[in-house]
Ligand binder design. Structure first.
Ligand SMILES: O=P(O)(O)OC[C@H]1O[C@](O)(COP(=O)(O)O)[C@@H](O)[C@@H]1O
Ligand SMILES: [Mg+2]
Ligand SMILES: [Mg+2]
Length: 345
């Protein structure tokens, strides 16, 4: 009985209402960032709908082309890319988009638009055809003022600490949008029956320490010694520190990070022989997810330094990542440092 009355009295807040309420706290705000977030929300609803019925609409499988990273492009990758770009183009606020699926910058109709958007339109492509969670990731920067108005790629090369907002949409057992504008992390669940994202969590906090580690162990032989030691540390029994930890690896960064945000622990994609600079992309995978995790109280480093302070040198650059609960990230860094020092003596 009590739960019925609680359900009755709980006011549902939609993504649009939440964004407007947040904007009203800043009297000088123009509303453009709010509009941009709503545009992404709209594209996400369309992508979510198509993901859910991809098996009957010919959207599964490969497109036949290869992207700038040499990876085979899936039809849903392209569909998501097109939906997000056209949603951003419609509202004339964004001047350029940098997407995993496009080699260079994509100039939008609004050359004077204030924002630059990076995106991974569909993260976890290898999971598309097997019905495992995938997502869209976005990262928003302000365009830097320049005398010469012509937009160039360099305008987009800003460190992650300059992000004004970032987030992701996870197409899982439900569709969830999570974002931050630097004032905490909020999440919204899509109610497909009314087509609205509804607030589910305000001010997410990651646990200080977690007992889940997440890494593709296939490349174990080429890891740094410090990383091998850390994974061994995770596997050793110790009641006091709740070890051995549990291993979980979905293979969609966005889904692995969502679990890490909720349950704590660590996600690692290190450098290896196959990927000497790591596999994941700084600007549209690592920076936005680092912003979210840091806003929730976590940490994200490349093994040595904070990811968000890295000055990018190219729009598609890769970087190793160690991200999650602060205690877990500090522990792996301690072991990486120890072993690096040993190797250099
Ligand atoms: O198969 P691997 O090497 O473990 O790589 C998995 C990683 O690759 C990615 O799928 C790369 O992203 P895309 O699917 O957007 O290219 C990440 O989501 C994931 O964490
Ligand atoms: Mg990706
Ligand atoms: Mg992708």
């Amino acid at each position: 009985m009590e739960s019925t009355s609680t359900a009755k009295s709980r006011k549902l807040v939609t993504l649009d209402e939440y964004i407007i309420q947040a904007q009203n706290k800043f009297p000088g705000a123009t509303g453009e960032l709010s509009q941009l977030l709503r545009d992404i929300g709209l594209a996400a609803k369309i992508i979510s709908r198509e993901v859910n019925k991809a098996g009957i609409t010919n959207l599964l499988g490969v497109d036949g082309s290869t992207n700038v990273h040499g990876e085979s492009v899936k039809r849903l990758d392209l569909f998501a890319d097109q939906q997000l770009i056209s949603a951003l183009d419609r509202s004339m606020i964004t001047c350029m988009v940098i997407s995993e699926e496009n080699d260079g910058i994509v100039r939008l109709n609004s050359e004077g638009g204030k924002y630059i958007v990076y995106m991974d339109p569909l993260d976890g492509s290898s999971n598309i055809d097997v019905n495992v969670s995938i997502g869209s990731i976005f990262s928003i920067y302000m365009r830097q003022p320049r005398f010469d108005k012509k937009l160039v790629e360099d305008d987009a090369l800003q460190p992650g600490i300059r992000q004004v907002a970032a987030g992701y949409v996870l197409y899982g057992s439900s569709t969830i949008m999570v974002y931050t504008t630097g004032l905490g992390v909020s999440s919204f669940t899509l109610d497909p029956s009314i087509g609205e994202f509804i607030l589910s969590e305000d001010d997410f906090k990651i646990p200080e320490c977690g007992n889940i580690y997440s890494i593709n162990e296939g490349s174990y032989n080429s890891w740094a010694d410090g990383l091998k030691k850390y994974i061994k540390y995770c596997q050793v029994e110790d009641e006091e520190t709740n070890r051995p930890y549990t291993a979980r690896y979905i293979g969609s960064m966005v889904a692995d990070l969502h679990r890490t945000l909720i349950k704590g622990g660590i996600f690692i994609y290190p450098a290896s022989t196959r990927y000497p600079n790591g596999k994941l992309r700084l600007m549209y995978e690592c920076n936005p997810l680092s912003f979210i995790i840091e806003q929730a109280g976590g940490m994200a480093i490349d093994g040595k330094k904070r990811i968000m302070e890295k000055q990018p040198t190219s729009i598609h650059q890769r970087i190793p990542i160690y991200i999650g609960s602060p205690d877990n990230v500090k522990k792996v860094k301690e072991l990486l440092d120890q072993h690096e020092n040993k190797e250099s003596v």
